[in-house]
Ligand binder design. Sequence first.
Ligand SMILES: [Zn+2]
Length: 65
Amino acid sequence: MPAAKKPSTRRKITAPEPAPATCPDCQGTGEIRETVRVGARKGRATDDHQTALCLTCWGTGHAAD
Ligand SMILES: [Zn+2]
């Protein structure tokens, strides 16, 4: 009795691991720089900047998927 042919060409297709996407808001730094504004209704921007934790990625620098 001939042995049953087994399909041997089946290959596991593994997707390449995607690189972690860079956070679009902080460009991967995990921090955002925002202009310090003074005055009522945030009218006037100053030359000062302040850094804050990026709320999009929570400081990881990677975009959430
Ligand atoms: Zn971010």
